[in-house]
Design a binder for this molecule. Structure first.
Ligand SMILES: Nc1ncnc2c1ncn2[C@@H]1O[C@H](COP(=O)(O)OP(=O)(O)OP(=O)(O)O)[C@@H](O)[C@H]1O
Length: 331
């Protein structure tokens, strides 16, 4: 892994007029890792990616790629490339010409650029379709053309802006696995913007959760799910209940929240509640409950456990959890 493929953002800010889209963020991404920038619409993740790409210039701060300060370099000189959604392919060009396009822009002669584009199409198993137009290819094939097109300048870092969002759910999961496979095989640094926590969990070595232009949490997916730092993160990633306790707000995973029919004494590990909804989800049953301090929270039960003693809307329940499953949230 080449150490000059590591990325570092130091106090990076992006302002558009009065709007501060990114507010003095610090971020390190290791060479050869898969990083996902995750957050709701408007949190600043695309602006961050575009500043790394050179499609926007940072208002303040520095962006380092290896030992090089790339903050103000033109996009083509940075050593980064952007992979766009498959529909950003040129419809009137063949797969080969789409892939060769940025070499053409750089003045590489025709034979050399076509040879390189053909090699790359071969690598993404599309050699036999090099002369087809994008509309004559499946969504997954188009996505692979988009990948080959981004790789042709031999970038150190590949930047991906919601690359899977145009695909149907089945293909999205298939292409997600392919992307991860490519990243591993190429040993390249990938930075991928998504609003889907599931996508981030599935792909990333490092998940960076953003909100209102700042980084809320920056860690591996396992830590993110088991130790969300704040109420915002716990609610955004889902699968958690946020509950007030004597020590402040706590997060408890929905699948670690248990239900009892006995009326247990209320306290930091017991919440008297009423079942409001029962939703069958195949492997699991999702129960929605209401209580005095928490208007809505969830419990996930394995199907067999639910079937052994089913719950119905209106049932009274004591929700409870083990002390070790309590995760205290930052105030
Ligand atoms: N060119 C621009 N001019 C003015 N404001 C902008 C511009 N681009 C983004 N913004 C604003 O900056 C903030 C962050 O936008 P950004 O696109 O980075 O967020 P995002 O998290 O990627 O959102 P989305 O998922 O909707 O793309 C938003 O408030 C947005 O309205």
């Amino acid at each position: 892994m080449s150490p000059d493929a590591s990325l570092e953002l130091v106090h990076v800010t992006k302002r558009y007029g009065e709007t501060t889209a990114v507010d003095r963020i610090d971020l390190r991404i290791a060479a050869g890792s898969y990083c996902c920038l995750l957050g709701p619409s408007g949190c600043g993740k695309t602006s961050t990616l575009r500043m790394i790409a050179g499609h926007e210039i940072a208002s303040e701060g520095d962006i380092l790629l290896g030992a090089r300060n790339i903050t103000r370099l033109p996009a083509a000189e940075r050593g980064t490339a952007m992979m766009f959604q498959s529909y950003a392919l040129f419809p009137h060009l063949s797969a080969l010409d789409n892939v060769a396009f940025s070499l053409k822009m750089r003045g590489v002669d025709k034979a050399a650029r076509q040879k390189k584009a053909a090699d790359l199409l071969e690598r993404v198993s599309l050699g036999h379709l090099a002369h087809r137009k994008p509309t004559e290819m499946s969504g997954g094939q188009q996505q692979r053309v988009a990948l080959a097109r981004a790789l042709i300048t031999e970038p150190k870092v590949l930047l991906l802006d919601e690359p899977l969002s145009a695909l149907d759910p089945f293909l999205r999961i298939k292409m997600r696995a392919e992307l991860k496979g490519w990243q591993t095989a190429l040993g390249m640094t990938f930075v991928h913007v998504t609003h889907s926590q599931e996508e981030a969990m599935a792909l990333a070595d490092q998940v960076v959760v953003m909100s209102h232009g700042v980084i809320e949490q920056d860690c591996d997916p396992h830590t993110l799910f088991n130790a969300p730092r704040s109420e915002f993160v716990a609610k955004f990633i889902g699968g958690h209940n946020v509950i007030p306790s004597s020590r402040g707000k706590i997060a408890v995973r929905a699948d670690r929240t248990r239900l009892s029919r006995d009326a247990l004494p209320a306290g930091d590990t017991v919440l008297p509640a009423t079942v409001r909804g029962v939703e069958y989800q195949g492997t699991y049953v999702l129960l929605t409950l209401a209580s005095e301090p928490v208007p809505e929270f969830n419990v996930v039960l394995a199907e067999a456990e639910f079937d052994a003693a089913p719950w119905q809307p209106g049932d009274a329940a004591s929700a409870h959890w083990r002390a070790e499953d309590i995760h205290l949230l930052a105030a």
